[in-house]
Design a protein around this ligand. Structure first.
Ligand SMILES: [Zn+2]
Length: 164
């Protein structure tokens, strides 16, 4: 881990803006809900180095905000993730998918730094599910740990605070 920064320098969204992929977005015309089936299994097989590479790829592709661009960017790190992106419903928002992936990647890297080992499958599934449903304040991150968003604040003082 020595060659990786211990803080996560990404903040694609403000605090507690966990409403990236919910039903209101669908109703507001932001496209169909993201189909997260299979996503946890893909992430469980990735090493921390894979995750760092993926995060860089997703960040760079984010500006294009198209699923095809995203799939092309992540393919060198994970063909399975690229295939997952191609399975998304037509009209799915690339920006929403990029935000979801970034959240999952950052939380998994935070958990890795805390535990010094990859998260077990059940925890990966929990992270994906809570990212999908916007429950960013219920992630299995200890409150004293730096928040996954890279703000530099402790998790409990940042995204770990329940929305009011
Ligand atoms: Zn945060």
């Amino acid at each position: 881990m020595a060659d990786h920064p211990r803080t996560l320098p990404l903040d694609l969204f403000g605090r507690n803006r966990g409403d990236l992929v919910d039903d209101d977005d669908v109703a507001a015309g932001m496209g169909p809900a993201i189909n997260t089936a299979g996503l946890a299994g893909i992430f469980y097989r990735l090493t921390p180095n894979d995750l760092y590479r993926l995060r860089a790829a997703v960040t760079q592709a984010d500006a294009a905000a198209s699923l095809d661009a995203l799939a092309g960017a992540v393919a060198p790190s994970s063909e399975r993730l690229a295939a997952w992106l191609h399975r998304q419903p037509v009209g799915t928002s690339g920006a929403s998918v990029a935000a979801l992936l970034t959240t999952v990647i950052n939380v998994l890297l935070t958990l890795y730094v805390v535990a010094d080992e990859a998260a077990p499958p059940a925890q990966v599934a929990e992270v994906v599910d809570k990212a999908r449903t916007g429950l960013l304040h219920e992630m299995p991150i200890p409150g004293r740990v730096s928040c996954f968003c890279g703000s530099g604040k402790r998790y409990k003082r940042c995204h770990g605070t329940a929305p009011r």
